[in-house]
Design a protein around this ligand. Structure first.
Ligand code: OAD
Length: 251
């Protein structure tokens, strides 16, 4: 579907009139920065098995492999920059009355672009925590010994793991409650660059929808949730989001 400028103007009006707006992002938003998505042809889960890399059991069985994979992703992410989609979301936060960004991404690019009101529902790859006591750790809390993996200086001496949420794990404390609360009161909910396949994140749009929110999907490929959307803007978020910002600024 091609997007007419009429769609942008009416969405901009809705955004400006909304008491509260939520944008929820997924891996697609960082794709144009060079960060691979998880699903789809070039997706990470097409090349790697999540059961071997992104579960507590995988870490227990082979921590070296899991840490190597996360270090590779961390290095990849360190080398990239936010794209126009990230900057547009940061600008929307300054233009709208009450704007919350829920992100499934762990890459920090929303912060780098200037967004501040962010709920990171899947953690952050630049952080580290203890596999045993689950505390986030600083460098001074980490024991590094030759021939051993990094461990936490806690009674259990747990291995250090990335500060992300793995399959089978709970979201960070309060993340579901906060995300549901902002989604329920959102007059406009933007679902951007996510396949909407991973719950509970994929359920937040319904919190908005069932409370009368106007739901918009921004994605080059319609998702399984396209049917519940009030508007679909089909295309890359790095192109669509700046046009939304332009339309808001023009009003
Ligand atoms: P997915 O990889 O499942 O989906 C990425 C979505 O981005 C797809 O719908 C693509 O069509 C879309 N996309 C690709 N390029 C885009 C672009 N330039 N602009 C906009 N959209 C684009 O990623 P997520 O939905 O984020 O979880 O995946 C959810 C979770 O599954 C991740 O947080 C991760 C993963 O396993 C954990 O690690 C716990």
């Amino acid at each position: 579907m091609d997007v007419s400028s009429k769609d942008y103007v009416s969405l901009a009006e809705r955004l400006l009139n909304a008491r509260s707006v939520v944008a929820m992002t997924g891996a697609g938003v960082s794709n144009e920065s060079g960060v691979p998505t998880f699903r789809g042809l070039d997706g990470l889960w097409n090349k790697y098995r999540p059961e071997e890399l992104a579960t507590p059991g995988a870490f227990r069985r082979n921590p070296e492999l899991v840490l190597e994979w996360y270090n590779w992703r961390r290095d990849l992410i360190k080398a990239v920059k936010p794209n126009p989609g990230h900057y547009a979301l940061a600008e929307l936060e300054t233009l709208l009355e009450d704007f919350t960004l829920i992100t499934q991404n762990v890459d920090n690019l929303h912060y780098d672009a200037g967004s501040r009101n962010i709920i990171e529902v899947h953690g952050n790859i630049s952080k580290e925590k203890c596999f045993m006591c689950d505390q986030f750790v600083q460098e001074e809390d980490i024991i590094r010994k030759k021939g051993d993996l990094p461990r936490h200086n806690c009674p259990a001496k747990g291995l250090i793991r990335p500060g992300v949420v793995w399959f089978g794990e709970q979201l960070p404390p309060g993340a579901i409650e906060q995300s549901s609360a902002v989604s329920e009161k959102a007059d406009v909910f933007l679902s951007i660059g996510t396949s909407s396949k991973v719950y509970p994140a994929a359920g937040f749009v319904m919190d908005s929808k069932t409370n009368g929110g106007y739901c918009v999907e921004i994605n080059p490929v319609p998702t399984d949730q396209a049917g519940i959307m009030d508007l679909i803007l089909q295309g890359p978020s790095g192109e669509i989001l700046p046009k939304i910002v332009e339309a808001v600024k023009a009003l």
